[in-house]
Write a protein that binds this ligand. Sequence first.
Ligand SMILES: *Cc1c(COP(=O)(O)O)cnc(C)c1O
Length: 465
Amino acid sequence: MALTRHNKNSHPNRPLAVPVHQASQDAHIPYFSLPDHGLGEQMSYELLTNELLLDGQARLNLATFVTTWMPSMAARLMDETADKNIIDKDEYPQTAEIESRCVNIIANLWHADEAEQATGCSTTGSSEAAMLAGLAMKWRWRKRQRAAGKPTDRPNLVTGANVQVCWEKFMRYWDVEPRLVPMEGERYHLGAAEAVALCDENTIGVVAVLGSTFDGSYEPVSEVASALDDLQSRTGLDIPLHVDGASGGFVAPFIQPELEWDFRIPRVQSINASGHKYGLVYPGVGWAIWRNEQALPKELIFDVNYLGGHMPTFALNFSRPGSEVIAQYFMFVSLGHEGYRRVMQNAQDVALHLSSGIEKLGPYKLLSRGDELPVFAFTLNDNITNYSVYDVSDHLRQRGWLVPAYSFPENRQDLNVLRIVVRAGMTMDMAEMLLKQLGEETEDLQSLSGPLPSTTSRPRKAFAH
Ligand SMILES: *Cc1c(COP(=O)(O)O)cnc(C)c1O
């Protein structure tokens, strides 16, 4: 993730140490250059397992949306299929078949109409899926503009200011002007009227997020769709709607089946989701689905060789592990619809229990409750001036819990919050323990007789959602 700078000379005297009981004179290796002689498999394994202990307890990490627990049989299957390259359709036709089954399962889950022949693909995550969906919108818009003899040099995309960084990346990397709807008052995500007000003939699409990373709330997809329908009937502008269902794409179908946010809405042209979030697979898999052929311009599709024939692909990467897709299919068949429903319902029950427990502690005010995504954000009441949400986050970290604190985007930069993401591996017992420890830490902070210096002076690292 971090872009690493070349670092030849730092730590020249601090070679990586191997476990003491195995250390010998030549068991020291340099940090930043390839050792002249390797340590061998056993010692390298020891070295790495020891070093990685410093990474922290994934299960106590309430900051991430990404899967940190899978059944051991799934882990074994991934291990056994680690050598399969997903792009090599010719050599691994059955992996290709499994990918295609997953695309169909997901398209059905999102109510794609069989007659429209939805297409889709796996990706490395929602970020790659967002790049692909964004490109499809851009190509589609450009074709329309060219056909009308209009300029194609100023495309823009409309989203909420709360959009995940992958969309800002898409816009910057592919020269698309960002048009971000700011938050306002207690509206912490995209509003339909505000989105439409930013649209013009250079708008390649509107992105609505099913599950804002800032507070876990669902954006009003069907309201945005209706507002865009209305815009079309007034002005003739036909602007596609994409749903970023990175998290919600695998939550809403199971515990909010009545909520219409997907291909049931004709305006929704494409949807992405992260298999490695509530799809319940370890990091490295996402999905993108387009409702029909018109939504995915064929100029973007490449053929790869497949059993002597051709197989259409749409991807930024070429080689990629097939094991991720196999693990997704494993989760689908092993849990089934009822299993996913149970997992999501449990996550939501835990989130609701936690949010109401936190509300009862006194100093906190909930901004969301975890009744959409099992994710909620809370802040401190205005009368709390001796400590900040950042101090609460620090205190929880000392007890092993990672609960991030961050500020909201424009126009609510004044709002500093804590956020809890409840994932599949979080049990009611763990929730009880967190509530108890948060209660104790809060009591400590409440007993301060003056403000902590950190609330005003300590610089904070930005939190990446
Ligand atoms: C996590 C997330 C992304 C990025 O997804 P990756 O799978 O991590 O690439 C995009 N959008 C939203 C709403 C997210 O929650």
